[in-house]
Write a protein that binds this ligand. Structure first.
Ligand SMILES: NC(=O)c1ccc[n+]([C@@H]2O[C@H](COP(=O)([O-])OP(=O)(O)OC[C@H]3O[C@@H](n4cnc5c(N)ncnc54)[C@H](OP(=O)(O)O)[C@@H]3O)[C@@H](O)[C@H]2O)c1
Length: 315
């Protein structure tokens, strides 16, 4: 099969296009013929070696941690899928990924893809939507009528976060730069703070129940936002943590979260897509040949929403 392979950590020059054997599956695994994958900032961090202690890889490895596709074959112990099923999946980040014609996953990680959108677009859902879901609901305990601030609201995670929080019935404030305002207004956001020209702590007029931080801010900036939370409020960050002691003194909780694979949540997310409640915000569609270009664009801070990487063999 055609695949991107990385033989050593480094700059985008380590992204190579090769031909490798189609992987074999174990009893509890499925082989997926990939229709699409999508870019995540973690792909660049893994490629650079910045996460080698957390997600160790045997070299060479195939990048990309999410996919949509069609089940090609199933292991002997798999009962939840059959060949031909359309699925989407957040993959094990220590194993070979989806920048290839085929990818293997444990069957328990995959879920049936939403029916109402093209299977390609489902490839841009798993990581962003699961991170937003777990940040808002599992860690953040967001309830109807509550007030939430989502930073980097126009990004690959934030664009799901805004939609999921609105679906829950929350009042949603987001940070973004001006070029992202139309995208966020289209998702029904209640207030936008222009992080390039405005101070968050001056623009939030009523106390918040939850902050979901997705922005690449350091602790000094994050600590300034802790007093925006009500007593008992929750600060969840996917990037840097806020100061736990300071949070304690303000009577709020801080959590640094790491997204987990969860096929049950993917199934709930697929249902919300099919009910028209949420959708992937795909701002760019590229081919696998453009992977290095997208890594560079992300590092230059020029990505919003999700970039879909199309491997569609059905056309
Ligand atoms: N811990 C975990 O499990 C986990 C899981 C998923 C993601 N993450 C991390 O969470 C972060 C967000 O992920 P993502 O996929 O959404 O990234 P992304 O798509 O690359 O985010 C791009 C967005 O970030 C916004 N942005 C950049 N700097 C900002 C700032 N200072 N304040 C507010 N917004 C800013 C940009 O907004 P504008 O375009 O409006 O300027 C852009 O829309 C990344 O650092 C990622 O590595 C962690």
């Amino acid at each position: 099969m055609k695949a991107v392979r990385i033989h050593e950590y480094g700059g985008t020059e380590v992204i190579r296009y090769e031909v490798t054997p189609i992987p074999e599956i174990d009893q509890d695994e499925v082989l997926i013929k990939v229709v699409a994958t999508a870019f995540n900032p973690v792909d660049a961090a893994i490629r650079m070696g910045a996460l080698k202690n957390i997600f160790p890889h045997q070299m060479p490895y195939i990048p990309n941690v999410e996919a949509s596709g069609v089940i090609e074959s199933i292991g002997g112990a798999v009962t939840n899928f059959k060949p031909g099923d359309p699925v989407f999946v957040f993959l094990d980040m220590t194993k070979d990924g989806a920048a290839a014609e085929y990818v293997v996953t444990k069957a328990e990680n995959a879920a049936l893809a939403p029916k109402s959108i093209d299977l390609q677009d489902a490839g841009a859902i798993p990581v962003g939507a699961l991170t937003a879901w777990q940040g808002l609901f599992d860690h953040g305990k967001l309830q109807e009528g509550q007030r939430v601030l989502i930073t980097a609201a126009a990004g690959g995670v934030g664009s799901y976060g805004v939609q999921l929080a609105k679906w829950k019935g929350a009042h949603v404030i987001g940070t973004a730069s001006e070029a992202s305002f139309p995208l966020l207004q289209g998702l029904g956001i209640d207030q936008i703070i222009d992080y390039k020209h405005e101070a968050v702590e001056e623009k939030v007029s009523e106390k918040l129940d939850l902050i979901l931080n997705l922005a690449p801010e350091g602790p000094a900036e994050l600590n300034k936002w802790l007093p925006l939370l009500k007593e008992g409020g929750i600060f969840v960050s996917t990037t840097s943590p806020a100061d736990a002691e300071l949070a304690n003194r303000s009577g709020v909780q801080t959590i640094r979260m790491f997204v987990g694979r969860n096929a049950g949540q993917l199934t709930q997310i697929a249902a919300l897509v099919d009910e028209g409640r949420i959708k992937p915000v795909i701002t760019e569609r590229v081919k696998l040949d453009d992977l290095a270009l997208i890594h560079n664009k992300s590092q230059a801070g020029k990505i919003r929403g999700k970039v879909l990487i199309n491997l569609d063999w059905r056309q």
